[in-house]
Design a protein around this ligand. Structure first.
Ligand SMILES: Nc1ncnc2c1ncn2[C@@H]1O[C@H](COP(=O)(O)OP(=O)(O)O)[C@@H](O)[C@H]1O
Ligand SMILES: O=P(O)(O)OC[C@H]1O[C@](O)(COP(=O)(O)O)[C@@H](O)[C@@H]1O
Length: 308
């Protein structure tokens, strides 16, 4: 079973405006509400690709209940822990020429609820995959990702991490099967530019030297690069289409990659499906559905190349 962990799920409020003027009253042109948080999005994409998963994490208040109901209605099994106070985040995604995001910090998670979460993880098995994605609410200890990663390692479950900064690096000693930074996150991790394929691959190699197995670097409209544990390098072109809302594209790439890898055990296939899934979501308001992904899958797949 694939388990996704979203310590900090969110309702994403996606608004478009012709122009955005700070300090003034701005009126929207369109608005939409979608359920988000990185692990939740991975589960939604896995479902779209007919791959089962269970969504874990913490929800709170009316927004938490909306997230649970929405995710369950999509057919994803949820085992969220409900908090007794606070609300799950409402993250604002502003589209006014460029994309601006305002992400909340999330509700307080009391120690007993955290203990309950670790008890859930205790049931992990060697055949399971644990996907650890997104930020952690401020109330959680700084080593939270390391502790979860250690738990997965003890159970010999496959670990996948999509997070930034110290949250990501703290998991590397536990040898995650896959990490998926985007180009900006990769550059920020090392304080070095990641503006060419060579630079990206060199930094991906540094992540491997610190313990990561396979490194998938998403590069938005420039596609993606994968450096495998064996040192093979694959490049995928970005899908062609009109961008509607690229929020969730990275999570969709992780979901697509895992669905592709589960089905084929082949990195090129996994990369192709991940890239198609990411593109299809960028061309949609929320997480893309099966038809939209399949419509671009073949052309992306034909463009995937082994370059090293
Ligand atoms: N503008 C775009 N055109 C085509 N594909 C895109 C676009 N934006 C994202 N994607 C696809 O989704 C993947 C993940 O997007 P990216 O923006 O890099 O991730 P994140 O959301 O984590 O920042 C990319 O590698 C690409 O395959
Ligand atoms: O946990 P974080 O880092 O604040 O990110 C949460 C946000 O990320 C998203 O999951 C989208 O992530 P990506 O665009 O990286 O795929 C949103 O749905 C959510 O609002």
């Amino acid at each position: 079973m694939i388990y996704t962990v979203t310590l900090n799920p969110a309702v994403d409020y996606v608004v478009t405006l012709d122009t955005f003027t700070p300090g003034a009253v701005n009126r929207t042109k369109s608005e939409a509400v979608v359920f988000g948080g990185k692990g939740v999005n991975v589960s939604l994409m896995l479902k779209a690709l007919k791959t089962e998963s269970t969504a874990l994490g913490f929800i709170a208040g009316f927004t938490g209940e909306v997230i649970r109901a929405g995710v369950e209605a999509s057919g994803v099994r949820c085992d969220f822990i409900a908090l007794e106070s606070g609300i799950s985040r409402i993250n604002v995604k502003l589209h006014a020429g460029e994309e601006t995001e305002i992400n909340g910090s999330g509700p307080e998670i009391p120690p007993e609820k955290l203990e309950f979460f670790f008890a859930q993880l205790h049931a992990l098995k060697e055949t399971d995959t644990l996907v650890l994605s997104g930020s952690a609410p401020r109330s959680l200890p700084q080593d939270i990702y390391a502790r979860i990663a250690q738990c997965a390692a003890e159970k010999r479950a496959r670990l996948v991490v999509d997070a930034s900064g110290a949250l990501l690096t703290s998991t590397l000693p536990y040898h995650p099967f896959l990490v998926k930074p985007n180009r900006e996150e990769l550059s920020a991790l090392f304080g070095e530019p990641a503006d060419t394929d060579e630079a990206v691959l060199a930094l991906a190699g540094k992540l491997q030297a610190q313990g990561a197995q396979n490194v998938l670097v998403s590069m938005a409209g420039d596609g993606a690069l994968l450096r495998t544990a064996e040192g093979a390098v694959y490049r995928a072109p970005a899908a062609k289409g009109t961008v509607v809302n690229s929020v969730g594209a990275g999570d969709s790439m992780v979901g697509g990659f895992l669905a592709g890898y589960e089905k084929s055990g082949d990195f090129a296939e996994a990369l192709a499906l991940g890239t198609a899934a990411g593109g299809a979501t960028a061309f949609s308001v929320g997480i893309a559905g099966f038809q939209k992904i399949m419509a671009i899958h073949e052309s992306v797949r034909a463009g995937v190349q082994r370059i090293g």
